[in-house]
Design a protein around this ligand. Structure first.
Ligand code: COA
Length: 181
């Protein structure tokens, strides 16, 4: 059995090792990474899965969600999601996503996107973005660009680029404005 917790700073090294193992060195070259650089994962929607008791207890899964703007609609990007190779196929990935999507809805988020395998993510309600609706900030296989509504009808308002959110308190912008009167 496994349990799911929120990520804490002391989990960082084990999460990094799991992501390196799962995605290899190419993980920073993915287009989705452009939406993570200079962005911050939502702490309330960052999870780890643990298995074992006492000294045997170890981190076996990780999932994060990032704030993004989806063709004008504030929402989330799911990922990366990774589970320790020896423990795949036991529902860890699906359960972390179910928990995250339920918490995201509770927090008021309306729409989630990700880049991944449709046959897997359709298990938690994701489907393909219709051609021509949304663009990513770099090359992506559009068959792998998926969305899921948390609020019925939210996708209907999403058209255009998927971007990072504008910083709420961008000091440099305020300073620039002050300098230029
Ligand atoms: C993808 C991943 C997170 C799945 O985690 P998991 O804990 O093994 O998944 P679950 O046990 O919750 O779900 C398993 C089910 O999904 C299916 N599945 C897993 N990966 C799949 C894929 N890429 N495409 C289609 N189905 C997939 C399994 O066959 C299984 O189906 P079943 O329940 O009908 O037997 C895990 O394999 C992993 O870490 N992979 C490497 C990193 C990665 O690719 N992450 C996703 C990036 S898009």
């Amino acid at each position: 059995m496994f349990d799911i917790e929120h990520q804490r700073p002391e989990h960082a090294a084990a999460i990094d090792a799991l992501l390196d193992l799962s995605f290899g060195p190419g993980r920073y070259a993915k287009t989705a990474q452009r939406l993570r650089e200079g962005n911050s994962a939502v702490p309330e929607l960052s999870y780890v899965a643990f298995m074992g008791e006492g000294a045997e207890r170890r981190l076996i899964g990780s999932l994060t969600f990032w704030p993004v703007v989806i063709g004008g609609v504030p929402g989330l990007m799911l990922g990366p999601l990774a589970v320790e190779p020896a423990l795949r196929g036991q529902g860890v990935g699906i359960n972390m996503m179910r928990r995250g999507l339920a918490d995201a809805k509770e927090l008021g988020y309306k729409l989630v996107i990700l880049v991944g395998d449709e046959p897997y993510y359709s298990k938690v309600g994701f489907g393909p973005v219709p051609p021509g609706r949304l663009t990513m900030p770099g090359p992506v296989d559009l068959r792998r660009l998926l969305f899921r509504e948390l609020d019925l009808g939210a996708f209907g308002h999403a058209h255009g680029p998927i971007t990072k959110p504008l910083p709420a308190n961008d000091v440099s912008v305020h300073e620039a404005r002050a300098e230029h009167g």
